[in-house]
Design a protein around this ligand. Structure first.
Ligand SMILES: [Zn+2]
Length: 402
């Protein structure tokens, strides 16, 4: 009798497990279908600067990096905002505008050479058209306003080239405003030029991106802007206490009130305070050794690489990304959250299950498991950023006709 019960129990558990497997498989299949069906916009992929440092043919599967055509198609990605990124030191050294022009030219060339795979897009309509033709859109977002170089005509120049948002600062304060990463709060928010810039961005229909800026810069922007703003790649400070680069609950509420959107970013350090601390400690240990032993250039890089390989730290998980999305939804609702991965920009820190652009279905599956509807998932993957973009264009045409 006892034996029989055991056999029944084993069969019972096996049946439950197989049903679970089947339902996981169904969810994954549904997620993959959905990824193909809906438009996926990722508002921050650092592929231009990656190629500037180490060129590869991204029309084929590449060995390095997190983005290429083949993997983007696998993941259902339609429109990456490719980051026209300028490192902070260009602010004082000059040459930022030249670098930005060069990166845009390079991305245009890649699109022109692969017309069946990539096309540049300057509007939502063009993204939709490209999606219908199975083509991936390159949209440009400028990371760091340094290339504006204090001239509003440069802003218009970049708009004409297809840049549709400007992240006002990067890791240091610049002529536009203060940065979250910089202890020197030079302007205590936006600079006088930064205020003019935000107004001109409203007028010409360019989205203002508040990722990377300090808290007071963020609140200054909200005081001035007539249009909703975006955080192109930021996560929730709730999970990373004290980390100014992420947004606090109060800021997320203020952003939603403004009609804007926070695009959750994927790096492990942005998702978990514990992992951020571990990574910081490891980095500081290496920096100390490098300094004490007078290592520089490639020797320092090599040492860091070797040390990191020998001292691995855990990664966040795709579930953590869903936790951040849940958090924003709990705070302000499903209309104010999206995704801005920072693929090709955060090195070896991407979460398990979200290592490159082929992995978006894993996040969709996680959201389906948590009860998100298809409509809600579509909002997160493109609907919300499209709403903000449309509103920015509407307000621009109103301001122009004033
Ligand atoms: Zn960034």
């Amino acid at each position: 009798m006892k034996k029989l019960l055991t056999i029944v129990a084993i069969f019972g558990i096996a049946a439950i497990l197989s049903a679970q497997n089947k339902s996981e498989k169904n969810t994954m299949e549904k997620a993959k279908e959905l990824a193909k069906k809906i438009i996926i916009v990722d508002t921050h992929i650092d592929v231009p600067y990656r190629l500037e440092e180490h060129f590869e043919d991204i029309s084929k599967r590449t060995e390095k990096g997190n983005f290429d055509y083949v993997r983007a198609k696998e993941g259902g990605l339609d429109a990456p905002f490719t980051a026209i990124y300028t490192p902070a030191h260009f602010e004082n050294e000059g040459g930022g505008k030249e670098l930005a022009d060069k990166l845009i030219k390079m991305m245009n060339k890649i699109a022109n050479e692969n017309p069946d795979k990539f096309k540049t897009a300057k509007s939502i309509d063009e993204i939709i058209q490209n999606h219908n033709n199975g083509i991936i859109s390159f949209v440009y977002g400028m990371e760091n306003g340094t290339p504006i170089e204090g001239k509003l005509e440069n802003l218009r120049h970049f708009y004409d080239l297809g840049v549709r948002y400007v992240t006002l600062t990067h890791s240091k304060w610049n002529h536009i405003g203060d940065s979250s990463y910089d202890d020197d709060k030079h302007w205590n928010g936006l600079s006088p030029f930064g205020e003019e810039l935000v107004k001109e961005m409203n007028r010409i229909g360019m989205m203002v991106d508040i990722s990377h800026v300090s808290d007071s810069t963020f609140y200054d922007v909200l005081k001035i802007t007539k249009a909703p703003v975006i955080a192109s790649h930021s996560s929730c400070r709730f999970f990373t206490p004290g980390f100014e680069r992420n947004m606090s609950d109060e800021m997320i509420k203020a952003l939603a009130e403004n009609g804007g959107v926070i695009q959750i970013t994927f790096g492990s350090s942005f998702l978990s305070g514990k992992l951020k601390d571990l990574r910081k400690q490891r980095s500081q240990t290496v920096s100390k050794y490098v300094k004490e032993n007078n290592l520089s250039g490639d020797a320092a890089k090599e040492y860091r690489k070797k040390y990191y390989a020998e001292h691995p730290v855990p990664y966040a998980d795709v579930k953590d990304i869903a936790d951040h999305i849940d958090h924003v939804v709990r705070l302000v609702g499903v209309d104010y959250v999206g995704i801005g991965s920072d693929f090709d920009g955060v090195g070896d820190s991407l979460p398990t299950g979200m290592k490159d652009v082929s992995d978006y279905p894993n996040l969709i599956a996680e959201l389906l498991k948590r009860g998100y509807s298809e409509e809600e998932i579509e909002k997160i993957f493109s609907g919300n950023i499209f709403r903000v973009w449309r509103e920015v264009e509407k307000i621009s045409s109103e301001l122009k006709s004033e």
